[in-house]
Design a protein around this ligand. Structure first.
Ligand code: TYD
Length: 224
């Protein structure tokens, strides 16, 4: 028999950064243009004299690169809960050793993917409980939330055409079927609707320069 204990469950703490730095994450399906937008923002902050740390999940550390290799390239099945734990392990180490120190120094951290990817891919995509997945990531990171999350929203069929044009082999997640990516997209949009003050949702079919301007405005507004 499973003992769930008698104490009521407590939701993990969640807090925006609050330190001298600024933490911005880019989210969205594969092929939505996150990397392009992260690069344009990095250039803009650099030109205005800010110190930037550009990073990503999975694989923002040496330990994370090994985890990335498993989650993206392992041949064969990985149990969905194991997959969720692998992403959370990558995240715990990355936030503790790279992101929190950068924020404490006053840097701007620009990150491709964070906990919202876990809720969308492992929660909505793999059909695990979204609250469990979020709680796992918040435990892993001691409750760190970004100051701003940019969601690049794109229809999965359009995203697939972009990936096909790239001509790179698909990783484990990219190779999932269309319904999986439709659930992931809906999962991201639900997250954005639940936290409208943290999210900036952009239509990823718009020209990159226009998207970049919207991102810059949102960063400038929040950094003050
Ligand atoms: P990404 O680095 O964006 O892929 P690429 O280098 O091909 O642009 O992300 C790798 C994959 O991992 C992507 O398909 C989304 C998935 N992912 C999750 O499923 N859960 C997570 O928590 C994260 C961070 C990524």
């Amino acid at each position: 028999m499973t003992d769930h204990g008698t104490r009521p469950l407590r939701a993990p703490r969640a807090a925006a950064v609050g330190g001298p730095g600024f933490f911005v994450t880019f989210e969205g399906g594969d092929g939505a243009g996150k990397t392009t937008q992260a690069t344009l923002l990095e250039q803009w902050i650099g030109e205005s004299g800010g110190s930037v740390v550009r990073t990503r999940e999975p694989g923002g550390t040496d330990v994370g690169l090994r985890i990335r290799d498993i989650v993206l390239h392992h041949r064969g099945h990985i149990d969905p809960r194991a997959e969720a734990l692998l992403y959370a392990a990558d995240r715990a180490h990355h936030i503790d050793t790279v992101v929190r120190p950068a924020i404490a120094r006053g840097d701007v951290v620009i990150q491709d993917r964070y906990l919202d990817s876990s809720v969308a891919y492992q929660g909505a995509g793999r059909v695990l409980d979204a609250n469990d997945i979020r709680a796992l990531s918040l435990w892993a990171t001691d409750g760190l939330l970004p100051d701003l999350t940019v969601l690049l929203d794109l229809d999965p069929a359009a995203a697939r055409r972009r990936l096909d044009a790239d001509d790179k082999p698909f990783d484990r997640l990219e190779a999932e079927r269309g319904e999986f990516h439709a659930r992931v997209r809906a999962g991201f949009l639900d997250l954005a609707a639940a936290e409208p003050e943290r999210f900036l949702v952009l239509d990823a079919t718009q020209p990159p320069e226009l998207l970049a301007r919207r991102v810059r405005d949102a960063v400038a507004e929040r950094r003050g």
